[in-house]
Structure formats: structure tokens, C-alpha cells
Write a protein that binds this ligand. Structure first.
Ligand SMILES: Nc1ncnc2c1ncn2[C@@H]1O[C@H](COP(=O)(O)OP(=O)(O)OP(=O)(O)O)[C@@H](O)[C@H]1O
Ligand SMILES: [Mg+2]
Length: 268
């Protein structure tokens, strides 16, 4: 065997070993980070629940009539606490995903019921922005094999984006369909296909390359009108892929965006 070949071989082996060590270190660091973030998230949850609870009591007039300006201020406190609470749980989910420690609980789940449940939580927000909601739900649908809460989280993130990045008076459509898996040859043969479509601000081709990156937010002034952290889609993609699905989108700048994802159908 020639010496050069042997040297190259040992070089490769050395690189492989140091990569593995590095990987081990990164994994250990991710686990430590995840433990720390979980601890902080847990500690922040109690005070946030308390702030939210007392704000709601005050706003509801539990300790005396509130005037319009006071009601406005209380609403601002409430929506900011809600933002904090979403941020904390998004950071927690993200570090769990990176450490490979997010556990999913699979069950045969009805997608139509889930869509219905999630949409309900948005009725008020959609009304406030005078956005029309269209639902496309077939009568008969196989159950999907999924973690119900996590698919709900995916839908919540996508509907929240559709609502945020669509101007007043726009349209949001949420749809479900069962179909052959035409999007992934290696995936489940049959899938539940869900989509969230909006008539909103759309994205430039440049932004479209980046939206799944952690903490990415567009510089588009229209997108910047609403608050956000840039974690939603990053987590959403991981959650879909962990459940054996795919996520993709089409977007046309200043016309609208449609996000699609699939979840495998549960075996009979
Ligand atoms: N439906 C949409 N229409 C137009 N732009 C969108 C849409 N959905 C996402 N985007 C763009 O992609 C970026 C990333 O979205 P993502 O949901 O990850 O973060 P975010 O909404 O800014 O914050 P959050 O972490 O609160 O979800 C957004 O900031 C926005 O620029
Ligand atoms: Mg978002």
C-alpha cells in the first residue's frame, strides 16, 4: 500500500474522530442550553400568569369601574405579556429541538376538528382587522398520525402569520384535504394536506430564501409594522418534519402567500 494513501486515510480518520468529538461537545452544549432555557422558561411562567390574571381581573372591573384609557392600557399590558409568553415557549421549544429532546405524543387525530379549534382562537383577531376567513374542509377525512398539540402549534403559527402579514380587509383561507403523497416519494403513501393562504403583503424572492432561518425577519417595512421574533417558521418546519411531513410555500410580493404542509395518514 502506498504511503501517501495511508497518510490520507489516517488524516481522514483523524478528521472523523475530531468531528465526532466536536459533535459530542456540541450535543452536550445543546443539552445544557436546553436545560437552562427550560428552567428559566418555567421560572418566568408563574409571574407572567400572575400579571395576565390580575390584568384580566382589573380589566373586567373586579375591583372597580375602569375608564376607556385605563382599559386601553390594560389591553396593552395583556398583549405584551402574551407576546412574552409566546417568546419564552418558542425559545424553549427551539432549544429542545436543537438538543433532540422534544418528545412527540402520537395519536390518530382528526384534522378537521383541530382546524376548527385553532380557528376559533383567532376569530376575534381576524374580526379586529376585518379579515374574512374561508374554510375548505371536506366531509370525510382519514385520521392523521400526529401529535395533536404540535400540529395545532404549526397551524397557530401559520394562521398568526397570515393574519399579521395581511392588511385590513384581506382574506385568510385555511384548508384540509386528503391525498396521495405527491410531494415526497420517501414519505407516507397517503397524507393529510393542510394549507393556510392569505391575500397579504407577500415576500420578495430574496426573503423567500431565508424565512425558515432562526430569527429571520424581513426588512420589508410592511412586515416590520407587526412584532415578531422570527422563531415561528423555524420551529414550524422542525415540527412538521419530525412528524414525517413536508412544508413548502408559494408567495407573490404584494399579492399573498400560501403555506402548505403534510402529515401522514394513520394506518387503519
Ligand atoms: N404569510 C406571510 N406573508 C408575508 N410574509 C411572511 C408570512 N409569513 C412569514 N413571513 C415573513 O417571514 C418572516 C419569518 O416568519 P416567522 O413566523 O418565523 O417569524 P415572525 O412572524 O416574524 O415572528 P414569530 O417568531 O413571532 O413568529 C416574517 O418576519 C415575515 O417577514
Ligand atoms: Mg410568525
Amino acid at each position: 500500500m502506498d504511503i501517501e494513501f495511508l497518510t490520507r486515510l489516517t488524516d481522514h480518520a483523524a478528521i472523523a474522530i475530531s468531528n465526532a468529538q466536536l459533535y459530542g461537545e456540541v450535543q452536550r452544549a445543546n443539552v445544557a442550553k436546553s436545560d437552562f432555557v427550560s428552567f428559566v422558561a418555567h421560572e418566568l411562567k408563574n409571574p407572567m400568569t400572575s400579571i395576565k390574571g390580575y390584568t384580566e381581573l382589573l380589566a373586567g372591573g373586579a375591583v372597580g369601574q375602569v375608564n376607556e384609557m385605563q382599559a386601553n392600557f390594560l389591553q396593552t399590558i395583556k398583549s405584551n405579556v402574551e407576546r412574552m409568553s409566546t417568546l419564552v415557549s418558542d425559545l424553549n421549544d427551539n432549544s429542545k429541538i436543537e438538543a433532540g429532546r422534544l418528545r412527540l405524543e402520537y395519536k390518530a387525530t382528526n384534522a378537521a376538528d383541530l382546524v376548527d379549534e385553532i380557528i376559533r382562537t383567532f376569530t376575534r383577531q381576524l374580526e379586529d382587522k376585518k379579515q374574512t376567513l374561508e374554510l375548505v374542509i371536506p366531509e370525510k377525512l382519514s385520521l392523521m398520525w400526529a401529535d395533536r398539540t404540535r400540529v395545532g402549534q404549526v397551524l397557530t403559527n401559520l394562521v398568526s402569520n397570515a393574519h399579521k402579514y395581511t392588511p385590513e380587509g384581506g382574506m385568510v383561507q385555511v384548508g384540509v384535504a386528503e391525498s396521495q403523497n405527491q410531494w415526497d416519494a420517501e414519505g407516507a403513501p397517503r397524507v393529510i394536506h393542510l394549507w393556510v393562504k392569505d391575500s397579504g403583503i407577500g415576500m420578495t424572492l430574496e426573503d423567500q430564501q431565508k424565512i425558515f432561518q432562526k430569527f429571520f425577519r424581513s426588512d420589508d417595512p410592511k412586515a416590520r409594522e407587526v412584532p415578531g421574533t422570527g422563531l415561528g417558521l423555524n420551529i414550524t418546519r422542525s415540527l412538521v418534519e419530525m412528524q414525517g411531513g413536508k412544508i413548502w410555500f408559494e408567495s407573490e410580493y404584494r399579492h399573498g402567500t400560501t403555506f402548505h404542509f403534510t402529515i401522514p395518514v394513520a394506518e387503519e
